[in-house]
Structure formats: structure tokens, C-alpha cells
Write a protein that binds this ligand. Structure first.
Ligand code: NAI
Ligand code: MG
Length: 368
């Protein structure tokens, strides 16, 4: 297998539209930066259901386990709403996440200067912001037992259990420290060790892994409620934020909106290291298949292009090229180019998906 294998799963709705623009960027990096990507493409979601009667074919699943990185567009749409739960498009994505055991969800909040006015916060608080939230994704209160609604005396009780084992904390902490080494070397871990035993263990294990194996990374601890306050007060104090499933769900949505539109937000989900030392990895935009604008060529491809930039940085050790792609995005936004979702109340001329992709490739050319 090539040292740079990539499986592309465009999926449904605007997925294939935005992925066509990512292909231009992949081709550019391949040609101009002299890397040979081994790119394969397959179906997922409704598209896979239409072809095979299942939202993820076993062959596709097997391929996903072999490659360095999977890049996914989006799945779902009204056409599939009445399908049986077991074959719904979302099941394809869930199967990928589960079988690849993707326990670390990375959600960057990165503010492009040209869009700083979009933020609900003051411009100087968000301008230049570049942080990543690392959320534990496969354990914690969403999965802990016992859970359920039970009869107790003459009323009912709803129960969920926050539960973390040492090994679960160990592996997510390592993912955050590894990430910090590829960035500015700082991790802030957030829990509620003041009121939760799972938080006490989280803090202990995180500190222990740090002292034993990552003393070069700067580690701090913060209670998650204070973390939420700090995130909106002075987000630039952070680099990597490490947190559990529940707090991460809330904090990552909060952090994402510091910087604006859904059409701009990339994500990564990482698993355990493979034989070559790279983590299993799935990269995807945060947005869905956007049926309301699908087929019209006006979706914003930037979230998906930035997801590929994350793949360059975290799967292919090409951080310089990732920064080059991000700078190209910054350049076209600074030049005033906007897809419809990025037009503010004042309106303006909206660019098409393909025009945005072409402009980003043009900015890449200009960067050489
Ligand atoms: P959505 O993210 O698809 O759309 C929400 C709103 O944001 C829509 O108005 C849409 O036009 C807009 N939007 C989203 N991405 C955009 C982009 N790149 N450029 C410009 N505008 C964009 O979420 P929604 O409407 O709740 O779900 C639609 C379908 O997508 C459903 O079938 C849902 O299940 C699925 N979905 C899939 C996800 C995935 O594949 N990871 C995630 C979220 C939803
Ligand atoms: Mg959420």
C-alpha cells in the first residue's frame, strides 16, 4: 500500500458536490507537492443503500480499516427517511465509527480573520483563534450502565451512569498529547473533579500519563463549567482542550459557534494507532447533506476542504501543507469570495461551490 492511502466516501446530498472540490485540492497537493496519494472512492449512506441495499458494504468497511485516512462528505436525506432503522444512511457512518473504534473526536475552532465579524463575540476576542477540542467519543455517560427509566416506589426514575475506566482515559489523554505535539504543545484537560469521582480519576490518569510520557507538553486542568466561561471570555488562552463525551459535546458546539458558519467546520475522529504508527482516522465536515440546497451547486466546500487539511496534518504528517491549504482558504475569504451561507445581512454576490474550489486552488498556485 502507498504511504498515503485515502478512501473517499462522498455520500449523499451536497456530499458529492463538496467532495468534487476537495478532489481538486488533493490533485493539486499530489501534483505540486510531489506526493502520490493512493485515492480510492466508494459509496456510503443512501448512495450505498441505492446500489447495494445496505448503507455500508462490507468491502467498503474492510477498505476503511486498511487506509491511512477516510474522508467522508455527508449522509442522509428525505428520500431515505422512511427506511427501516437498520438500513438508514446514518447507520453507515455509525458502523464506520464503531468498527474503526474512533474514540477521539477532534473539533477545531479556527477563526478566519475575514469572517471574524460573523462571530457573536467581539472581533478581537476571536481574530486569529485556533484551538482544537478533543472529545472522548465512545464511553462516558452516553454509554454507561445502568441506564434506563425504572419504577421506584410510586414514581419513575431516569438513570444514566458516567463511567470511565483507566484505559479509556489513558488512550484519549495520549491522543490529546500527541496532537499537542503537532501544534503549540499545550493541553488543558476539563472535568468536574470537584464533584465527580470519574472526574477525579480522569485528572489523576491524565496527569500520570503526562508525567510519564509527555513531560514536554504543558498540561493544565480546569473544571468544565469554568472552561465554558473561559471559552467565551478568552478562547485564545487554549490550544488543545481534552474532555469527556458529555462535556465535549457541549463545549465543542459552543467553541464551533465562536467562529461562524456550519459550512466552515471540519472534524476528525481518531482511533488506536495502526501497524504503521498512524491512528485510524475518519475526517468529515460537521454539516449534514443539506437537502434544502443539494443539487444546486451552491454548498460551501470549505468545511470538507479543511477536513482534508486535518488529514494532511494528523494522518500524513504534512502540517506545512495543511497550513498552506488553510492559508489559501484565508486568502479567498480575504479577497471577499463568499458562498451563500457566508453572506451576512448586507447580502452580496454569492459564489458557487465550484467557483470557491477553483479560487482556493488558484490561491494554492499563488502560494508557490
Ligand atoms: P445540515 O447540516 O445538512 O443542514 C443545516 C442547514 O445548514 C441547512 O440549511 C443547510 O443548507 C445548511 N448547510 C449545511 N452545510 C452547508 C454547506 N456546506 N454550505 C452551505 N450551507 C450548508 O443539517 P440538517 O438539515 O439537520 O440535516 C439534513 C440531513 O443531513 C439529514 O438527513 C441528517 O440526518 C443528515 N445529517 C448528516 C450528518 C452527517 O453526515 N455527518 C450530520 C448532520 C445531519
Ligand atoms: Mg452536539
Amino acid at each position: 500500500m502507498s504511504p498515503h492511502s485515502l478512501l473517499i466516501l462522498p455520500g449523499d446530498g451536497i456530499g458529492p458536490e463538496v467532495m468534487a472540490e476537495v478532489r481538486k485540492v488533493i490533485d493539486w497537493i499530489g501534483a505540486k507537492r510531489d506526493v502520490s496519494f493512493d485515492v480510492s472512492e466508494d459509496l456510503v449512506g443512501g448512495a450505498a443503500y441505492d446500489a447495494h441495499g445496505t448503507p455500508l458494504h462490507d468491502d467498503t468497511m474492510a477498505r476503511a480499516q486498511e487506509v491511512d485516512a477516510v474522508l467522508l462528505g455527508a449522509v442522509g436525506g428525505p428520500k431515505y427517511d422512511d427506511l427501516d432503522f437498520s438500513v438508514k444512511p446514518e447507520r453507515g457512518l455509525l458502523r464506520l465509527r464503531k468498527e474503526m473504534d474512533l474514540f477521539a473526536n477532534l473539533r477545531p475552532a479556527q477563526c478566519f480573520d475575514a469572517l471574524a465579524d460573523f462571530s457573536s463575540l467581539k472581533k478581537d476576542i476571536v481574530a486569529g483563534l485556533d484551538i482544537v477540542i478533543v472529545r472522548e467519543l465512545t464511553s462516558g455517560v452516553y454509554f454507561g450502565e445502568p441506564r434506563g427509566i425504572f419504577e421506584e416506589g410510586n414514581e419513575r426514575v431516569g438513570i444514566n451512569t458516567q463511567r470511565y475506566t483507566e484505559s479509556e482515559i489513558d488512550r484519549i489523554a495520549r491522543a490529546a498529547f500527541e496532537l499537542a505535539r503537532k501544534r503549540s504543545g499545550k493541553v488543558c484537560s476539563m472535568e468536574k473533579a470537584n464533584v465527580m469521582e470519574s472526574g477525579i480519576l480522569w485528572r489523576e490518569v491524565t496527569q500520570h500519563i503526562h508525567d510519564a510520557d509527555y513531560p514536554d507538553v504543558e498540561l493544565s486542568h480546569m473544571y468544565a463549567d469554568n472552561g465554558a466561561m473561559q471559552l467565551v471570555r478568552a478562547p485564545k488562552q487554549f490550544d488543545v482542550i481534552l474532555t469527556d463525551n458529555l462535556f465535549g459535546d457541549i463545549l465543542s458546539d459552543c467553541a464551533a459557534m465562536l467562529t461562524g458558519s456550519l459550512g466552515m467546520l471540519p472534524s476528525a475522529s481518531l482511533g488506536a494507532p495502526m501497524a504503521n504508527g498512524r491512528p485510524r482516522a475518519l475526517y468529515e465536515p460537521v454539516h449534514g447533506s443539506a437537502p434544502d440546497i443539494a443539487g444546486q451547486g451552491k454548498a460551501n466546500p470549505i468545511a470538507c476542504i479543511l477536513s482534508f487539511a486535518m488529514a494532511l496534518r494528523y494522518s500524513f504528517d504534512m502540517g506545512g501543507d495543511a497550513a498552506r491549504v488553510e492559508a489559501a482558504v484565508e486568502k479567498v475569504l480575504a479577497d471577499g469570495m463568499r458562498t451563500g451561507d457566508l453572506l451576512g445581512a448586507e447580502g452580496g454576490q454569492a459564489s458557487l461551490t465550484s467557483e470557491m474550489g477553483d479560487a482556493i486552488v488558484g490561491a494554492l498556485d499563488a502560494s508557490l
